[in-house]
Structures are given as structure tokens and as C-alpha cells.
Design a protein around this ligand. Sequence first.
Ligand code: DOR
Length: 438
Amino acid sequence: MAESSLSPVLIAGGEVIDATGRRHADVRIAEGAVVEVGASLAADGAQVLDAAGCIVSPGFVDLHTHLRQPGREEAETIETGSRCAALGGYTAVVAMPNTTPAMDNAGTVREVLELGRTALCEVVASGAITLDRAGTQLAPMAELASLGVRIFTDDGTGVQDDRLMRRALEYASGLGVTLAQHCEVTSLSEGTCMHEGAWSSRLGLPGQPSEAEEIMVMRDIALARLTGARVHFQHLSTAGSVALVRAAKTEGLAVTAEATTHHFTLTDACVAGYDPVFKVHPPLRTDGDVAAVRAGLGDGTIDAIATDHAPHTTEDKERPFDAAPPGMLGLETALALAITELTGDGAGPRLELSDVIALMSWRPAAIAGIDERHGRPITAGEPANLCVFDPTATWVVDPAQSASRSRNTPYAGRILTGRVRHTILAGTPTVIDGAATR
Ligand code: DOR
């Protein structure tokens, strides 16, 4: 994370929304913290960031970012990925462990944390659950937890072995950390490249049934019940998964869940042109699944909006659909997609702006275990990790403008509403007027 700025900043003329409510107020920041919140504060030599017509909120937290470093720096680096994050209003991202080598050892986790120190957002390291994410032997979870790792996942794949998953949950519970699961039963998904349904039949592509996800969600709910450990479900994509998590929460189990922006905005019909930009794991599902994910975001079954920002080089993404790697960019478009698709008059429950901010800020901050620094109420004494965005500004997604090293956004040409204007990390602006400061 960047050093705190000593020069004071005044965010002037905006409307503050945080977990305590909303009010029109200026926000003065000095030495990394909020020092004053009130009406018509004097500049007093501070750098003034205009927030007229804007919302001032706690910075966003992404539970699911692939930064690709070490190992795939041609697709993204910690620096470029964190720049995308800052431009998207994020002040922290959880870096997924499917790097090369995997983040299954202290050396690699230290390397990521060290590179994160100069990034444009806080880089929170996740740790792999199993060695090399291979699903056979537990990673040194206690050692990684001693470095500050609070969230473990084999993301990109799920832990297939029931006994190993039980053991991992028992360790996690003892260490006070959270296991996050990419739910996918490989015996059902192997060799597939999209959702199994009417579109896969029509396109002649091998499909993966919803059950490939739901069977693992079901098993992990059972294991959460057995062990009493916390389980976080990553990128839920099916109506059945949402229903399972809803029932588990009603039962009082310690489960949480995230949904990605693409799983509440795109369907398997997008695959009709065989464009690999629409290939992702879990795959894009049906209208009914999208509606269920939106309902889950609306009723609290799903705790957080995540991006699953997954950069891939153009060369890789231009392979035929079945051979191309899965994944899409997400950090720079997430807020605008949430505002455009969830707060308008579209299908599904209509969310308030404050609900969207909760899903992107303080709720994921709590799941990541960083809620003492991120998602905080905007009051004097709190760390100044903030986002200022214009909820009515419209813009057109242009992959060429992305700060990522990759270009694989499925939203090219889409007109979206809601744009980040300024982002402040530990008191220092990382984005001013829509441009990264470095
Ligand atoms: O689409 C995906 N891409 N899903 C994953 O789980 C992994 C990710 C990646 O690393 O590219």
C-alpha cells in the first residue's frame, strides 16, 4: 500500500454515503485519515477535489482479482491491475493465488505483498488451500496466516476431495481464517466450455450443467455444518446455488457468498457468436440464473459484488472458443455495471445506491478481514480510503482505454451510467478526475 500523504485534501460538495447513512458534507483528510466531516469546510491550503453531483463513499473492496504476478506479467502486473482497481474506485483487492508459482508458500505470498506496497490499492494476499492448487496436500496454512493471510482458496479450481476439504475447514477454523471455494465438480465440468442448456446444444459446444457448481455448494454447506467453520462461496452463478446459500443462512450457518458483475449482466446467449471474450468459469448461465443472482443480491443472500478480474492476452483470448482461457476484465466496469443494471428499472429487485456500495465496500471488507481499514464510516479518525463517483455520468466502454495490460472486456461499446471521479488510498489520491495519478 502507498505511504500516507502528508498534504491535506478536501473533498468538496459531495454527498456522503456510508454504513451509517447519507448526508451532504465536505470531507477533510490529513495524514492518511479523515479529520473533519461537515458543511462548507474551508480549503485552508488543502488540495481540493471537486465532488459536486457526486457520492463520496468508502473505497471498494474486490474479493476476487487475478493480478497475474508472478508468472503471467504479459497479461497483468500488480501495478497495472492495481491501477485498474483504483480507476474502478477500489482501495483494496484480494489477489487470487493462481499465479506461477501459486501463492501456496511464504516466499510467493511475501513477494506479492512486497510488490503490493507500491501499488495503487492495498493488495491483500489470499493463500492457496492446497499445494500448487492441486487438491492433494494442504498448503502451510498456519505459516501463511502468520504473514497476514485471512482468506484461502484454490480459485480456478475447487477442492474436489471431501476429506481434504473437511481437514482444511478444521484448520481454518482453528486459525480464524476463511476458506473461499470455487465450486466446480471437475468430473462434471471437464472438457466443457460453456453452460449446458439450449444454447450449448444449438452451438454444438460441450456444456457444463449447473449441478457441477451446485453439488459442491451443497457439500461445502454440509461441511460448514459439520466443522462450524466459515465458508465463502465465490462467483455463484446458478439459481440452485443461490437457493442453497439462502437456506444455509436461514439455518444460521457461517456462510457468505459473492456474485460477479458478469453473472448478473450476461447470459449464455452471449456465446452465440463463439467469441471467447464471453468464455468464463463458472460459465455464463441462463436468464433465470441471472434473475436468481439479482434476487440474491437484493435480499442479502449474496453478500458482495466481486469482479473476478481475469486478464488474458489477446493472443490467448483469440484462440478458438473451446481452447481459449476463461476469464474477463472487471475492475474498471464493476461500479457502472452495478449502477446501470441494479439501480435502474431493469429486471429484478431495484437496489438503492447505498445497497450497491454495501455490496462493494463494507460487506466484502468484512469477509476479507480488512474492515478495520476499509469500508469504514466516513467520520473523523477513520482511515481515508475513499471513492468519489458520479452516479449519473454516462460513458462508453472502450477496451483500448483500459489500464490493464489485457483487453478482454465483454462490455466493449456498452453505454454505462456511473463513473469514478476520484479515489483516495490512505489519504493520497490515486485517481483524480478519472485519471490515475501514477
Ligand atoms: O474465468 C475464470 N478465470 N475463472 C476462474 O476461476 C479463473 C480465472 C482465471 O484465472 O483466468
